[in-house]
Design a protein. Structure first.
Length: 669
């Protein structure tokens, strides 16, 4: 099967190469690629060649042409990133062997809250108004504080002048029906934008057949779905005003999600009944961002409030009359509420001087409420002052030193430094970096309990804070000749995390504990090629992880390595028709868990993922995308223990639902 797909890919690419009308203006496209700008972790928006950090960009073109509908779908094809799925907790992420509780998720520099089992559910992040996604591997704790210890993903949204009214409709044969609309009104120096999106997923199990519209189902064992039915609704209102060198953007966003977990029927004395669980998530985010230029300085202020509620209700449902009643057992119901108040302000010089600087403060106040929170309510405060000083020695050498001073009401925090060096010579770039990270345990890790038929996780109020050290070296070379581009980047990294927070399994109950030392290291080779009429992106990564359970623990394994490759091809095959193919291979990969004071290594089988899409436009305002996801029909893979005395790690890992076909229609109004 794989050989056939590769053969087809080569034939398609060869055909596309022969077409003479691939680009209307190759030089413009080359210039655009070479002049990409980034902002994450930088003093101000800069060309990617002048960024002090290694930043991977997922651009608007990639987001549109691939038929991706949420953040997890597009990240699963990125190098050094693994996405796993829990059908109640959502999608989870791993970068450089470091799990999601150490990954900072930002939207325009603002933090997201609402982690379940340490992870932000990436399927809740809509791509409706996204301009690009910037990914930084390694700590950015100086700029973004706690959680930015393993990596940072910053979702950059469109500016008002980049937004146009549009309607979009998406259908996928797995039972997904998405609709969205964007309305935009400009008046003098003001702009108001309204976003609406509704996503519906009918649920899926392995033996389900495809249906164009949702069908009535019998109240038998088929009512249980491995991939749970889900509905998401997003409303967002944004107001922008510009007055000379002052810009103020205010926003309000409401997110709603409902997950339905229908139970297996069981026979009672008179009627067939079942226990059904409903999980509701509500997010309310509102805030203001102020950008100003004054006295040759840039001033940025971001403030806001995030409210996150997750409600679980369990009902006993009569499958004959379809009536239902909520269970009186209090343990079957739960409401957890998390609130975050944040204020961040920075000031930096605006001109490209020999010395550039940035100073700022970052205030975060989080509280949690609920029956499953110890004492029903807890809070955590994190206040920080940070600075970055950038020395431009000449046109070829840039050095930056960063520092963050932290006060946390629960943990004594160290001084967090970071050093970055960029050396440029012609089309070559060499980067060195060292960064320290700090992460205080979250309120959930300390005080939260999550117990149901599939989960038994309790917090640990005696946890220690994590600290980390990260070293990274990378070399990038760009070659431009005629209408062709070739650039490649070779990078290597080393991470060490002390007191890494992990889960321990004792008598089938999971609780958080501190691992004495966690290490990961790896090497990556990435190439991007634009040859006349084709665009190739290829990455190969070799990553190893090691875990020391306790100090002087003698049974920990050495570094265990796994390989991973990511590839994509984009080509115009005929006039306005563009073909896109995405492929990822993940080799046998290790993970470590603690069981009865011993480390259990499990190995997950290798697998391939392939998606493809075909884009075209009917007119200047109507665009259509057709495609296939999970071409190889990879659903589950095996995960087995490497320790013969334990079998607790054996099981099945859900990778994806089955092969599906999709179509997306976008109309600019």
């Amino acid at each position: 099967m794989i050989k056939n797909i590769i053969t087809i890919l080569i034939l398609v690419c060869t055909s596309a190469y022969s077409q003479k009308s691939f680009l209307s203006n190759d030089s413009i496209k080359i210039k655009k690629i070479l002049e990409e700008v980034v902002i994450t972790g930088q003093i101000k928006e800069v060309n990617i060649d002048n960024a002090l950090h290694d930043i991977n960009i997922i651009g608007l073109e990639t987001i549109k042409k691939g038929g991706f509908t949420s953040l997890n779908e597009i990240l699963k094809f990125q190098s050094n990133i693994q996405i796993s799925n829990d059908n109640l907790l959502g999608s989870q992420i791993n970068i450089q062997g470091i799990s999601g509780e150490n990954i900072k998720i930002l939207i325009d520099g603002k933090p997201m809250i609402g982690r379940l089992n340490g992870n932000i559910d990436l399927s809740q992040v809509n791509l409706l108004n996204v301009k690009r996604i910037e990914i930084v591997e390694g700590p950015l704790s100086v700029n973004y504080g706690s959680d930015a210890l393993g990596g940072t993903i910053n979702i950059i949204t469109k500016k008002p002048n980049e937004i146009s009214p549009a309607f979009e409709s998406y259908y996928e044969t797995i039972g997904k029906y998405n609709n969205s609309i964007v309305l935009n009104q400009e008046y003098q120096n003001q702009n108001i934008t309204y976003f609406f999106s509704r996503k519906y997923f009918n649920g899926w199990s392995k033996d389900d057949s495809y249906t164009f519209l949702p069908q009535m189902e019998f109240a038998d064992t088929n009512r249980f779905k491995k991939w749970k039915p889900k509905e998401q609704v997003i409303n967002k209102l944004e107001h922008n005003i510009t007055y000379y060198q002052l810009n103020i953007r205010s926003y309000y966003e409401h997110f709603y999600e409902k997950i339905t977990n229908r139970g297996f029927p069981f026979e009672s004395t008179a009627f067939a009944t079942a226990f059904d669980d409903y999980y509701f998530t509500y997010r309310k985010d509102f805030g203001t961002e102020i950008n100003a230029k004054k006295w040759n300085h840039r001033i940025n202020i971001i403030g806001g409030h995030n409210n996150y509620r997750r409600i679980k209700n369990t009902y006993l449902k009569n499958l004959t009359t379809l009536s239902q009643s909520i269970l009186p057992d209090a343990s079957a119901q739960d409401t957890s509420i998390f609130n975050l108040m944040f204020l961040k302000a920075t000031a930096s010089n605006d001109k490209n001087n020999k010395i550039n600087y940035q100073i700022g403060f970052d205030l975060n106040e989080e509280n949690a409420k609920g029956k499953k929170i110890i004492d029903n309510q807890q809070n955590q405060s994190d206040y920080a002052f940070f600075s970055n000083v950038q020395l431009n020695l000449n046109e070829k050498v840039i050095i930056r030193q960063g520092l963050r001073l932290i006060y946390n009401n629960r943990y004594a925090a160290p001084i967090v430094p970071a050093t970055n060096v960029l050396i440029k010579h012609k089309k070559n770039q060499l980067r060195f970096s060292y960064a320290k990270g700090f992460r205080a345990p979250s309120l959930k890790e300390l005080f939260f309990e999550f117990i149901d038929i599939n989960h038994n996780i309790v917090g640990n109020k005696n946890l220690n804070a994590e600290t980390s050290d990260n070293y990274r070296i990378s070399f990038r070379k760009d070659l431009v000749f005629d209408k062709n581009i070739l650039n490649f980047k070779l990078s290597t990294f080393y991470n060490k995390i002390n007191n890494k927070i992990s889960l321990s399994n004792v008598d089938d109950q999971y609780s958080y504990f501190n691992v004495a030392e966690f290490k990961s290291m790896g090497i990556n080779l990435k190439s991007n090629i634009l040859i006349n009429k084709l665009k190739f992106n290829n990455t190969i990564s070799y990553t190893g992880i090691s875990t020391e359970l306790y100090e002087n623990y003698n049974n920990q394994p050495d570094f265990t390595f796994f390989i991973e490759t990511s590839n994509s091809v984009s080509a115009n095959i005929y006039k306005d028709f563009q073909l896109n193919i995405y492929h990822k291979y993940v080799g046998p990969s290790p993970s470590f868990t603690e069981l009865n004071n011993d480390i259990i290594e499990t190995e997950t089988d290798s697998y391939h993922l392939i998606d493809f899409s075909l884009n075209t436009k009917i007119s200047n305002k109507i665009f259509i995308t057709l495609g296939c996801k999970n071409v190889l029909n990879v659903i589950d893979i095996n995960s087995s223990s490497q320790n013969s005395t334990h079998s607790g790690g054996d099981g099945i890992v859900s990778i994806n639902y089955g092969r599906t076909y999709f179509t997306n229609l976008k109309i600019h109004l």
